[in-house]
Design a protein around this ligand. Sequence first.
Ligand code: DGY
Length: 321
Amino acid sequence: MKAKIFVARAIFPEVLERLAQHFDVESNQEDRIYGADELRQKAQGKDGLFTTPSEPVNAALFAANPQLKAVCNMAVGYNNIDVAAATAAGVMATNTPEVLNETTADFAWALMMATARRITESEHWLRAGHWKKWSYDSFTGPDVHGATLGIIGMGRIGQAIARRSMGFDMNVIYHNRSQLKPELEARANNAKYVGKEELLRQADHVVLVLPYSKESHHTIAAAELALMKPTATLTNIARGGIVDDAALIQTLRTGGIAAAGLDVFENEPAFNPEFLKLSNVVLTPHIASASTPTRLAMANCAADNLIAALAGQTPPNLLNP
Ligand code: DGY
């Protein structure tokens, strides 16, 4: 008899077909987002769950579903899963690292460039019919080339972002839980390890790439924003809760920093509507990994993990200690 799984969101049909070769699949192809209670119900009788960052997977779900063996998240970030509770319940939890590093780093650059060079703001202005003449100071902003790039969270994606800065003659500083080995720093455009405060003071462009956890909640709040240069930009491609949105809105309003680029929000898809009133913020709907090949690779990676886990093997990307 095939193991039973629940696929919690719409995914690529070819990956669904692949899963169906191994499992008895129930899937949410209508793509409605399930909250914790509904997901707990949907997990009933299932051996495995295929989830995305939108689904809260918590201790109550494990308690109500003692038959569950694996939860495989289609994302590198897994703050939606209580891994400690999974471990306590004997459930394997997995994520999808590596396959999205380069695509996500590309996007961090796109967002940082759009933010620094005011691309969406100027396009909206042009579309609204305001362009009457070329002016010496139209949409001027900070330079990217030759500037100091500050990366907070120097894992695989952070390093891929740093490597791209070589072509822009940038000076790279980073802050991380621990300092990288010298050979990795050298590959990351000779990135220099500094304290968080020093990074915020020195960087012209700050990019956030750290995982979200209780410890990283509001890593950037009013005190941190106050350290940044008024000409600096802040780009967040990590998780919304890393930035205190209210403090950021106030800082953007008062010119405390030049601009921000945000791909993630604390309660997404909801976000603070005050952002919409600001012209110096670029807002995107959590799409940093959204190239077609990368999203397919992520889905297949989550499927690989589920197939291995429910075959009694150790899945390639096991998160439980
Ligand atoms: C991830 O993989 O964590 C991304 O944020 C999802 O696109």
